[in-house]
Design a protein around this ligand. Structure first.
Ligand code: BDR
Ligand code: CA
Length: 310
């Protein structure tokens, strides 16, 4: 049976690639999208979520809009310089045809988990605000969710939005701390591994020869993401596959290696958003997180390109 996943997301250029590759993978059943602020404002992210499911002809997959701001922080820091003002690389896509699910993101998550008790893998690809709100509303959700596999954090390397913080965690560090301290199975696919999964222009050119709506969209929106990676990392058209690495992990976990340790999140000061791995198990009895640290990058990239090209 396909693995049931609910993707909580801020699409977002790499979110789009992650969602489209998930929708094209028979091992996964996407039961819904909840959307959150992050790469753009939450209205844009919600519209993008709808566009993505419609593009693939999955008009039956519900998309719910969630949090538009972090739990406590008052400033709203968006990733629009990376993903464009519209979250789609400033390509200004036409409006989706369908409508959003009327439920608020956190309620939608709770309802979907209760509909399939013990079966749903939550897949957060943006700030963890919706997941934290769902946990606050019903702490018992930890017994009903199968597991959480998220993109976020960096346990051992440097950050990408500050010297120490990864963007998804930084955007709502309080929410992340709530998620990491909850008693459930969490896998963290963070910068420790995603910065090792670098897709090159030659791989992209191979993918762009495929003639399908998913690849056409990615071809249009990715230049904005490439420009950011050129500017910051000098990658010459290559870029990190952050969110799509989570899709690859869900399909083929054997391509990845992880260590286990509890994670704590710094919520204030210069180090806000830093994810600290308690590798010596000194700080208490918090449940360990699977921290993904390495991967067969070439195999991951080939897998994703194959799914998107078919
Ligand atoms: C994460 O931040 C966003 O820019 C990406 O979509 C990804 O989820 C990488 O740090
Ligand atoms: Ca994202």
């Amino acid at each position: 049976m396909a693995r049931r996943i609910l993707i909580d997301t801020d699409p977002g250029i790499d979110d789009s690639m992650a969602i489209l590759s998930a929708l094209r993978s028979p091992e996964l059943e996407v039961i819904g999208l909840s959307t959150v602020f992050g790469n753009a404002d939450v209205d844009s992210c919600a519209m993008n979520g709808l566009r993505l499911v419609e593009l693939e002809g999955h008009n039956n997959i519900p998309v719910a809009k969630g949090a538009g701001a972090p739990l406590f922080r008052e400033d709203l820091d968006l990733g629009t310089q990376v993903h464009g003002l519209d979250g789609m690389g400033n390509t200004r896509p036409s409006p989706p045809r369908g409508t959003l699910d009327p439920r608020f993101g956190a309620q939608f998550i709770l309802d979907m988990v209760k509909q399939y008790p013990g079966e749903v893998t939550l897949v957060p690809l943006g700030p963890l605000t919706n997941i934290a709100l769902a946990l606050q509303q019903d702490p018992g959700i930890t017994d009903q969710v199968k597991e959480v596999v998220l993109m976020g954090g960096c346990a051992f390397g440097t950050g990408n939005i500050s010297p120490v913080a990864e963007a998804n965690i930084f955007h709502d560090a309080h929410a992340a701390e709530i998620v990491f301290r909850a008693n459930w199975d969490v896998t963290m696919v963070g910068l420790d591994v995603t910065t090792k999964i670098i897709v090159r222009p030659a791989d992209l050119d191979k993918m762009y020869t495929a003639n399908n709506p998913a690849v056409d969209l990615l071809h249009r929106i990715q230049p904005c993401y490439q420009a950011f990676h050129d500017q910051i990392y000098g990658l010459n058209g290559a870029f990190h596959l952050h969110d799509p690495s989570v899709t690859a992990f869900l399909i083929s976990p054997d391509l990845f290696t992880y260590i286990e340790a509890p994670i704590y999140v710094e919520t204030s000061g210069l180090c806000a958003g830093k994810t600290i791995a308690d590798v010596h198990w000194q700080w208490g009895d918090r449940k360990p997180v699977k921290i993904v640290v390495d991967a067969d990058a070439k195999a991951v990239i080939n897998l994703l390109i194959q799914r998107l090209s078919q």
